[in-house]
Design a protein around this ligand. Structure first.
Ligand code: IMP
Ligand code: MG
Length: 215
């Protein structure tokens, strides 16, 4: 008996949501978003990719002979981590954790709760935290303290974006992508209520900063 017969799978044609791209000859690879909430592009897609190539080369040189464990902070860093990992010429491992911050509408308080912890034991590992954006730096300082307590062989941070002038504690980032103005931005992993993460660039969000919460 065929597998499809036993499981009574739906006809794949009826489950299809879109037509194969070949049937849309006019489609461009990245359709522009027509959304009035999106403002000026702060970092274009090409600059992100170019800079991530440089960061990947630096990580490759610095960690030669001791491949790092990349720890991505969900959900914002998932897209950056995916591209960064492919720009590193070493057999890296990857793990993720998710944190949520308590704060008022616009500022994180620095009180952070782990929503999803790592699966991998950090003791003796060379750990590189991969963060999407550093704003006040409070989330990062919590993560650093938390992960250091697990006795890694080394612990460094790679942050794609750093907002100018808002940090309350010294950041000490081993790798930094771009300094950006202190405005709320979306795209390339960064969201508002889970939207805009799939924009291939980073742009200003014009409708004000949303309430603090999930990262
Ligand atoms: P911090 O603790 O103030 O440094 O906040 C860092 C976290 O807040 C980041 O990991 C992001 O998830 C989130 N965040 C800060 N600024 C922005 C932004 O402009 N857009 C989207 N998320 C942001
Ligand atoms: Mg984050």
């Amino acid at each position: 008996m065929s597998l499809a017969g036993r499981l009574e799978l739906p006809d794949p044609a009826s489950a299809r949501v879109g037509l194969p791209a070949a049937r849309h000859p006019g489609l461009r690879p990245t359709p522009p978003w027509d959304d009035p909430a999106l403002g000026e592009i702060i970092v274009p897609a090409s600059e992100l990719q170019e800079r991530i190539g440089v960061l990947g080369a630096a990580v490759t040189a610095d960690y030669a002979g001791r491949p790092p464990l990349l720890v991505g902070v969900l959900k914002g860093a998932c897209i950056f981590l995916s591209d960064l990992a492919r720009a590193v010429g070493l057999p890296v491992e990857v793990d993720f954790m998710a944190v949520s911050s308590y704060g008022d509408a616009t500022r994180t308080s620095g009180v952070v709760r782990i929503v999803k912890d790592l699966d991998i034991d950090l003791s003796g590992r060379h750990v590189l935290i991969v963060e999407d954006i550093v704003d006040s730096g409070l989330t990062l300082s919590f993560l650093r303290r938390n992960l250091l307590a697990r006795h890694p062989a080394s612990l460094e941070v790679c942050a794609l974006l750093v907002k100018d002038g808002l940090q309350e504690t010294p950041l000490d980032l081993a790798y930094e992508g771009f300094r950006i103005p202190p405005e709320f931005v979306v795209g390339y992993g960064l969201d508002v209520a889970e939207r805009y993460r799939n924009l291939p660039f980073v742009c200003e969000y014009l409708e004000g900063e949303p309430a603090a919460g999930g990262r």
